[in-house]
Write a protein that binds this ligand. Structure first.
Ligand code: GLY
Length: 400
């Protein structure tokens, strides 16, 4: 096969491959720093954020062995109110940011033991979390099942509407002068061992001083990226349901409610507009985004055990998305071994939560060539250099 002829076209300081929330926040923040920025994506504003529930759950989604990741999750959560206010102002859009808190509950003795362990880990990590009896949980959330055996009240884990977040970022980018190429990136251009932009499927070349690969779970698939630089991300499927609380029933739940039921996570995220998001499965099935009867059944069954009244609600949407999983569940941020190529991918369960911090980190990396201190552990080079400490390698906790 003959190589396709490349037609040189636009040049920018920064070319972001991927127009999901991570790519868009990178583009917006870079444009605010005075860089000329372009984004390549056939449908910018789409991606996993169209499916995600939008929990900002640094504390309730804490896992053993993820202490370093916890640090940036908390820092990003801390930045969220100012970020959301600035983005709302820049876009003229409401983001659905809601400081509602979260209640993680247990339905049986096993769940309770699991939650007690989580509570102990949270306390050892200096996090705010209060143990409640089943009765206290139901006093907070009267729709909870009578069988709830106890729970953790975490007043600092909030929510945002990821669809509104993506839409607002799109407008903010446009207003900041970001150029959009609504097309698929076919391959990275590498000239004399330096990334120089990308080539579109129609052969058009887009030149750039720096290229940022921010294409979620697709980031590991761009042709032309040298093997030792290609990010080790994989798709992790999540099925999510959307129900609607009719106005006479509101408020159905006042905060996010979640649990581990028979080993599976289930969460219910109530929006102010009556939407109730129920998620999520976690499936290692490659690029499959089929919504299955089994996935919907399990989510509804587990959610029903927590909040029996959900069976009265209209089921308005079922959808599956792909989390960009990385080998240590943490993102890959900043410069790679290939000059001119940076990464912003691998956010796995925390893409929406880490959006504010990722924007700041990437703007810093794109303007200085270096990661800021808070993101040093998330360098993509950690997977090529065993001497670097992994961001989820805990110095104090043993995995269970
Ligand atoms: N953070 C929620 C999820 O990944 O399902």
């Amino acid at each position: 096969m003959h190589p396709r002829t490349t037609t040189p076209s636009a040049t920018s300081d920064v070319l972001v491959v991927g127009g999901g929330v991570i790519g868009l926040v990178t583009a917006w923040r870079a444009a605010q720093r005075g860089l000329s920025v372009a984004v390549v994506d056939p449908a910018p504003g789409g991606g996993a954020a169209q499916v995600a529930a939008g929990m900002l759950a640094a504390v309730t989604e804490l896992h053993y062995g993820e202490q370093t990741l916890l640090g940036i999750n908390l820092e990003s959560a801390r930045r969220y109110p100012a970020f959301a206010a600035e983005l709302a102002e820049a876009s003229g859009r409401d983001l659905g940011y809601r400081a509602c808190g979260t209640l993680a509950v247990a339905l049986d003795a096993d769940d309770r033991a699991h939650l007690r362990e989580l509570h102990a880990l949270q306390r050892r990590s200096g996090l705010e979390s209060e143990w409640l009896s089943g009765r206290e949980c139901r006093r907070l959330e009267p729709m909870l099942a009578p069988g709830v055996r106890g729970g953790l009240r975490v007043d600092g884990d909030h929510q945002i509407d990821p669809r509104r977040l993506a839409a607002a970022l799109l407008v903010a980018c446009e207003r900041a002068g970001v150029v959009f190429h609504r097309a698929w990136a076919e391959r990275l251009s590498v000239v004399r061992e330096r990334a120089r932009g990308i080539v579109l499927a129609d052969g058009t070349g887009l030149d750039a001083g720096q290229t940022v690969l921010a294409a979620g779970s697709l980031s590991g698939r761009l042709a032309g990226v040298p093997d030792d630089v290609l990010p080790p991300v994989r798709p992790v499927k999540g099925q999510v349901l959307r129900l609607t609380v009719p106005k006479p029933y509101a408020p159905f739940l006042s905060r996010t409610v979640r649990a581990v039921v028979r080993g599976s996570h289930v969460y219910l995220v109530p929006r102010e507009n009556g939407e109730l998001v129920v998620g999520a499965t976690s499936e290692e099935l490659g690029w499959d985004t089929t919504v299955t009867a089994g996935g919907v059944y399990e989510l509804l069954r587990d959610a029903h055990e927590l909040v029996p009244g959900i069976t009265e609600l209209p089921l308005t949407e079922t959808r599956a998305g792909l989390r960009p999983g990385s080998p240590d569940n943490a993102p890959l941020l900043g410069p790679t071994r290939l000059d001119g190529l940076q990464l912003a991918t691998g956010h796995y369960r925390n893409g929406v939560l880490l959006t504010p911090l990722t924007g700041d980190v990437m703007a810093h990396a794109l303007t200085t060539g270096e990661l800021p201190d808070e993101a040093l552990a998330f360098t993509p080079r950690r997977f090529a250099d065993a001497s670097l400490v992994s961001p989820t390698q805990s110095l104090t906790e043993q995995p269970v």
